[in-house]
Ligand binder design. Structure first.
Ligand SMILES: NC(=O)C1=CN([C@@H]2O[C@H](COP(=O)(O)OP(=O)(O)OC[C@H]3O[C@@H](n4cnc5c(N)ncnc54)[C@H](OP(=O)(O)O)[C@@H]3O)[C@@H](O)[C@H]2O)C=CC1
Ligand SMILES: CC(C)(CO)C(=O)C(=O)O
Length: 334
């Protein structure tokens, strides 16, 4: 039986999930706050979708600003925002939440679950991870990286007790070719992706390289191993049973970087290069905070968190200073 979904955050990943669930026969709405993007989709009558930058075609979508959306009949709300956008978006959307709805999210990093629990019942919260690469090329334009069915995802109930609704969600995700695996290990499932991103997103962003370029470096395994070991040391001290062994995590980093998405620049790189804040505080920074809670210093993750902030800061300085430099140059030329 088809379901009613509302995707909150119609960016790269929100569109990937929403468009494919819609193609699988579900009733899907989108809610987004980025004005140029909503304006473009409304003007065009949908979103332009490409796959690996080919076959550009228009997919009709229903898109709303938070304040104008009032439907109460939705089975599942899917949240796909950047971590730092979530609190504000939850406040702006609270008027259409009700106590029957389930939420599904596969955002990177950690921090989102606690925020969602302020609005939704624990037994209605399903969270997971997506090894699926997608890029918002600009307002109204999204690129799905990889062929149909490429990529996998894991998901788990916050309560670790799957129910009928969870099984229905899994069935629809399967029809949408997301290859979902339902686990009963909530923290271990989410942390596996936090660790993955703490290596790949952070290092590719700092060095402005693709995942394939990272994996090609002969010291890539040493770099990854140090970060994986530190994160797993923290997880063990916090009594988190990780979904993967350390070696399986290394294998996943290698496989996804070398085979599945070698040409992809991770989403953190997209933020950095557009001078937006990154999610590093919710990824490497989260591992550091977890470490502090169990008196373990995750020194390499702390160092990398600083490096990413240094890069963000430097880019911001350049953005704010460049008009002044132009003015001086223009004055000299005049
Ligand atoms: N993309 C991916 O491949 C994957 C992403 N994820 C995770 O999913 C969640 C959602 O991420 P994702 O879908 O990538 O993010 P989005 O594509 O939604 O980007 C988030 C926001 O960035 C701003 N923005 C995006 N593109 C542009 C642009 N071209 N120019 C100007 N502003 C822009 C807009 O907000 P504003 O106007 O406020 O700046 C937009 O709402 C995150 O937690 C992410 O880590 C997980 C797996 C894979
Ligand atoms: C690298 C990827 C696509 C996972 O495969 C990801 O999580 C991201 O780009 O943020």
């Amino acid at each position: 039986m088809n379901m009613k979904f509302t995707v909150v955050g119609a960016g790269a990943m929100g569109l990937r999930y929403g468009v494919l669930l819609q193609a699988a026969g579900n009733d899907v709405d989108f809610v987004d706050a980025w004005e140029p993007h909503v304006t473009a989709m409304r003007a065009n009558g949908g979103v332009y979708v490409t796959r690996d930058h080919e076959d550009r075609h228009l997919v009709p979508v229903n898109v709303y600003y938070p304040e104008e959306y009032h439907k109460q009949d939705r089975d599942v709300l899917i949240f796909f925002l950047k971590q730092m956008q979530l609190s504000d978006m939850l406040k702006r959307c609270a008027h259409f939440f009700n106590d029957q709805q389930y939420v599904l999210t596969c955002m990177n990093g950690m921090g989102h679950v606690d925020k969602l629990l302020q609005y939704f019942k624990p037994q209605h919260v399903i969270a997971g991870t997506a090894l699926v690469a997608t890029i918002l090329d600009g307002p109204g334009e999204v690129d799905f990286v990889g062929k149909v069915g490429a990529g996998t995802m894991n998901l788990a109930n916050y309560t670790e007790k799957p129910d009928d609704m969870t099984q229905r969600v899994v069935a629809e995700l399967t029809k949408g070719h997301f290859n979902p695996t339902l686990t009963t290990n909530f923290m271990g499932t989410l942390m596996a992706k936090v660790v993955f991103n703490s290596v790949v997103n952070t290092l590719c962003t700092l060095f402005e390289i693709t995942m394939g370029e990272f994996a090609d470096y002969k010291g890539a395994d040493d770099l990854a191993r140090q970060l994986v070991d530190e994160a797993y040391d923290v997880a063990e001290r916090m009594n988190v049973t990780m979904l993967n062994t350390r070696q399986e995590e290394m294998d996943s980093i290698n496989y996804v970087s070398k085979v599945a998405n070698p040409l992809h620049y991770p989403s953190m790189y997209q933020d950095m290069t557009h001078n937006r804040p990154t999610e590093v505080d919710y990824i490497n920074g989260y591992i550091v905070k977890m470490g502090q809670a169990c008196h373990y210093e995750a020194k390499t993750h702390a160092f990398l968190t600083h490096l990413v902030h240094l890069a963000e800061h430097t880019r911001q300085q350049n953005v704010t200073q460049s008009p002044a430099v132009d003015t001086v140059e223009q004055q000299e030329l005049a």
